[in-house]
Design a binder for this molecule. Sequence first.
Ligand SMILES: [Zn+2]
Length: 81
Amino acid sequence: MGKLYYCTECKRVLTSNEKCQYCNGESLKELDYGTPVNIIGSKLKGKVLKIQENVVRIIVRDDSNNKFIKEYEAEKLRKVL
Ligand SMILES: [Zn+2]
C-alpha cells in the first residue's frame, strides 16, 4: 500500500508530501480511499480504490452508470472539488 497526496490549491495528485511540483503550493493533504478524482484530459471521474506506489486504482462510473476499474498514474489525476 502506498500513500499519495494532493495539493489543496491546484488539486493535482502528488507522490511527494513536501511541495506541489505543479504550482509550488505547500498545502498538501493525504489522498484517502474513496476520494473522488478526475482523469486529466477526460471527463471520466472515479473514486480511489487502491494506491500502489504511484499507481491509483479507481472505480470509474460512465455515462450509462456502468462501473469499471481502471488504473492511472498519479500525474494523470486531479481531486474533484
Ligand atoms: Zn499545486
